[in-house]
Every structure is written in C-alpha cells, then in structure tokens.
Design a protein around this ligand. Structure first.
Ligand SMILES: C[S@@+](CC[C@H](N)C(=O)[O-])C[C@H]1O[C@@H](n2cnc3c(N)ncnc32)[C@H](O)[C@@H]1O
Length: 253
C-alpha cells in the first residue's frame, strides 16, 4: 500500500471547504460524557491532522473539564494544529506505537485516517491498550466499498483499486475490533444523487484528497482534463455520485 506524504498537503488541506463544512459536534462524545459523569476526562484525537475536530469539540464542550490530546504522524499537519489550539497536548507519533501509558484515555476519536495506518492490527492493539476500561474508540471514515460511483472513481478509475488496498471493509473492522473484546456498533450513512461536475473541479485541482496523490500523475492529469472537458462542453453537466460514511463506535468492556 502507498503512503500519503502529508508534508505536501498540510498547506492546502484546509483550502478544501468540504473539510470545514462537514465538522459537527461529536454526539457520541456528548453521550459518553452524559453517561459517565466524572470530574475530569481525557480525550485523544488520533491522527488529528490540522486539528479541525479538536477545534470544533473544544468550543462546544467548553463547560466541561476535559484534557484534550492530539497525536499525528505528520509534523507539518501538527504545526497547523498547534497554531490554532493552545490548550491541547500534542504528540508527534504513530498510531501503531503510541507513547502513552496504558489506560490513559476515556475517549479516542479517529477521523478520516484509519486507511492511512500501515499496520492496522498494531494500531487497534495500541488503541485498546491506551483506552480506559469502559472507554470508547470512535472511528469515522468514508466507506469506499459502498461508493463505487464516487465522482473521484468516475474520473480517476485507478484510484478505486488503490483505495481497495488501504480501506478495510466494515465486516473486517467489526471482526478485528470484536476479536479484541470491544463491543462494536457500526452505522453507515449513504447518499445517492446527481452532482454538478463544475462544483468538484476545484477539489480535484487542489489535490489534497489523499488518493489523488497516490495515483500516477498521468492518471491524475487525464481525469482532471476529462472533468474540465465535460464542464467546458456543458457547464451544467451532472453525474450520478454516491457517498457513504462509516461510524464505528467501540466500547472497551
Ligand atoms: C486525511 S488526514 C485526517 C486528519 C484529521 N483527522 C481530520 O479529520 O481532518 C489523515 C491524517 O492521518 C495522519 N496519519 C497517517 N498515518 C498515521 C499514523 N500511522 N499514525 C498517526 N497519524 C497518521 C496523517 O499525518 C494525516 O494528518
């Protein structure tokens, strides 16, 4: 499996407006707080990137007593996160080998990153180790196995085959987590509709979506030219697009 070089993406990562628009309050975190009253919580955002998730949750949960933590493998992404978040403990490191004590965290969030982990089994072992008893690990990602008509795969078909090497299917996630004695709940949110191609050319041009950095330059340029051609030919052109998100909430019993 190929590895994304986030030092090349960090500066343009937040130019992608979708990333900013889709951040929401984490209702599973809210539920955790409501069901586990404590004087202090330890929350880790694993593979925190530029800190988008942390920034949003910190503002929303500002009345609670929470120690926020962020870990990421990319120094360049962490520098962005540190510049916006002053009261977070950041660690530069790998999910597969975390420098935290056993049972450090009440809650671990992990957004749009699990497919990047080179050794996913080791990462899950580590997550289990650093979670407290009754703690929750929440993995959120796109669910590529349910989105074969995604606009990316329509214009950049080799991307799908590269993604199949990186993403675990939901059944594998369920088995691997259950095997580690997590109590697992999986939900997939699916949308099918038509999209206007002209709205997506800018996302392709920004090339911050990791899979677009992993395909050959030739395949990337060919897809981009096809998008531009379709829009030039008919600015209103649409394609059928599917999109799915997976939410995996796992409790350490
Ligand atoms: C698509 S970004 C997601 C960032 C952030 N979670 C968000 O939602 O905006 C993927 C992140 O995973 C990080 N990453 C990749 N492999 C990692 C690993 N083995 N351990 C920790 N972080 C990793 C990358 O450096 C990058 O910041």
């Amino acid at each position: 499996m190929k590895i994304t070089d986030y030092s090349k993406i960090a500066d343009k990562y937040e130019n992608n407006q979708y990333r900013l628009d889709e951040i929401q309050v984490d209702n599973d975190l809210k539920e955790y707080f409501d069901n586990h009253p404590k004087s202090m919580y330890q929350v880790l955002d694993l593979a925190c990137g530029t800190g988008l998730y942390l920034d949003h949750q910190i503002k929303y949960f500002d009345k609670r007593n929470i120690c926020w933590h962020g870990l990421d493998a990319s120094e360049d992404m962490l520098i962005k996160a540190m510049s916006k978040l002053k009261n977070v403990s950041f660690v530069h490191g790998q999910a597969e080998n975390m420098r935290y004590e056993n049972e450090s965290f009440d809650y671990i969030s992990n957004n749009y990153a699990f497919h990047h982990f080179l050794n996913k089994e080791a990462a899950l072992d580590e997550i289990y180790r650093v979670l407290k008893k009754n703690g929750v690990y929440k993995l959120h990602n796109i669910a590529i196995h349910d989105m074969k008509k995604w606009w990316i795969y329509h214009y950049f078909p080799t991307a799908y085959y590269e993604d199949l090497k990186r993403f675990w299917e939901k059944g594998v996630l369920f088995n691997e987590l259950s095997r580690r004695e997590f109590i697992v709940d999986i939900q997939v949110k699916y949308r099918l509709g038509k999209i206007k191609v002209s709205d997506y050319v800018g996302y392709a041009e920004n090339r911050d979506i990791s899979i677009l950095t992993l395909i050959d330059d030739h395949d990337y340029q060919e897809g981009l030219e096809k998008m531009r051609y379709d829009v030039k030919h008919d600015p209103q052109t649409t394609i059928v697009n599917d999109f799915a998100e997976i939410f995996v909430v796992s409790k350490k019993g």
